[in-house]
Design a binder for this molecule. Sequence first.
Ligand code: SF4
Length: 236
Amino acid sequence: MELIVTDRPTGAPNKGVQLSRVSKLGGIRSWSLPALETCPGAKTDDGLDLVDVCKGCYARAGHYRFPNVKKVRAYNKLDWQRDDWVDRMVLALDADRYLRWLDSGDIYSRLLAEKIFDVVSRTPWVKHWIPTRSHKVPKIKSVLDRVNQLDNAVVRYSSDSIDGRFSSYHGSVVIADSADLPEGATLCSAYVSGRCNGCRQCWDKSVAVVAYVAHGRAMKKLVRRIKSASACGDIL
Ligand code: SF4
């Protein structure tokens, strides 16, 4: 992933919108936050553990640990709170046609969700894909539901499981293997080449549920543990 800076701050550190160009998505940009610390939906209901899918989070491994990658996400965590952030985001997206929100991190506050609503509303030329687990926080979900009603936004409520379990409530799910594709889900083919190759179904409202094959070392290890635990009749 190549990082680029739009509206690079010059002497005024609060004037920049920082977006990452995601090579997998063919250069489509993403606005992201630090993983886990901004992910209220990452915890189990009792708050004592991470949900299965977050135990193998790709955004806490590999290049996501590089200082420049972490710096952008830490900056964004402060930046969105500035009064002019929505205006600056709208300007920064002038030439974009697609945006993937939250390549890492999640919507951890109702105010951030409200601001994202404003950005989406004011950029009708951009299709917004917003994957999130924050639908588990009722005061945030009520805003996300409104965002999802906008023509140019697809908010995908992510399932916590990595065994293909999802309900009609969810818009995405992780599966252990492409052969395990659940009924009603559409397979993401990026696990083959690591690239979307022009696919845009994540942004397509007519695609109800996208199934992503578990990838990355941590996730694959976790899948093996879960499969071996279930073969033994154990619970992870
Ligand atoms: S479903 Fe399509 S657009 Fe979404 S990540 Fe996979 S290949 Fe890319």
